[in-house]
Design a protein around this ligand. Sequence first.
Ligand SMILES: Cc1ncc(COP(=O)(O)O)c(C=O)c1O
Length: 393
Amino acid sequence: MNLKEADKMYIGNTFRRYDAVFKKGNGAYLTDVKGRKYIDMLAGVAVNLLGYNDADVNRAAIGQIKKYIHTSNLFYSPYQVKLAELILRNTGGSKVYFANTGAEASEIAFKIARKWGILHKRGAYKVVSMYNSFHGRTIAALAATGQKKFHKYLKPLPPGFIHARFNDIKDAAAKIDSKTAAVFVEPVQAEGGVNIPEKNYLEKLKALCARKNVLLMIDEVQTGLGRTGRFLASAYSGVKPDIITLGKGLGGGFPLSAVVVSKRLEKVFTYGDHGTTMGGNHVACAAGYAAMKKISTEKMLKSVREKGRMLLGGLKNIKSPLIKEARGMGMIVGLELSKPLAGALAAEAFKKRLIINACRENVIRIVPPLIIGKKEIGRAVKIIEEALKGMEG
Ligand SMILES: Cc1ncc(COP(=O)(O)O)c(C=O)c1O
């Protein structure tokens, strides 16, 4: 039985896999067992910020593995403290709670919002999130996710999750009432089609939340950690949220997520309110600290902005009737097609050794490692152009 057959036999069928088995990764490249080299512009779904085989991340992870891998949160962790301090310095938050995944970070954010609502807003418990959002795959995170397709087999959903239109302050205002504890929003809707907010959207949302005494919680799981060319995408707006969720590349490729709370919320959770066996694991925090030290430098962030402009500019220059719009912020870029052909385009690109992803049937999402070179960006744009040409006829 080969790997493909064994996978079908033993693994539950929830992922459509790309047709390749990789033997090694290096920088922005993956090489498969047949020796074919791919430019990876999916990066483990926006996780591998420093690409594959970053020497510093490897050294940090291996160094920690040789000491101990896991002791649980009942004991002190030097790397949790180092990483938390670095996160707070770069986000302006006051305290960090570690977890394992983005979905779990969403859950923690809801729990803090609900407890805050009970303590400070006469039992307010509702969370207003946006249509087309994505906040993870647990039941409450999916209830917040504003896409019907995810709700189909989960009813009844937990109560208190309300949706408003993204980019529409009036709708957000209409959906907030006296029982609303928090608004939850992505600074760029990632899975939902790389939707970029209008100028001042977050500022207006923050002002609305302040007026209505509602917490503003920003989901930076995909947009944070340098992805958009700032440590946080929300930093472009200058908005200081009450809660920030982080995940994806936070552990340098190991499972790690975090919830960052502002000063006014730092006493909401007390002993026993949050727990996790694995969250903030030593190896994940050691690797994550090595990764975050590199990602948070102005040099790195500037290069992300520059290369992001190059990638977006290259895509905008492609002349094809199949392209409706190229849009992006730093190195999260979406290519909206005029037909539902994103899956077909990703498959064509893959044949030409470029890994990109269809996040909607008509939108390609491009989230390369932040360290990708200009040469690889140029090559990727060319491949997409050629692939589209082949599909036009
Ligand atoms: C904005 C956002 N929030 C939350 C999540 C969920 O993260 P995870 O898959 O680690 O649970 C994702 C995953 O893609 C995401 O993009």
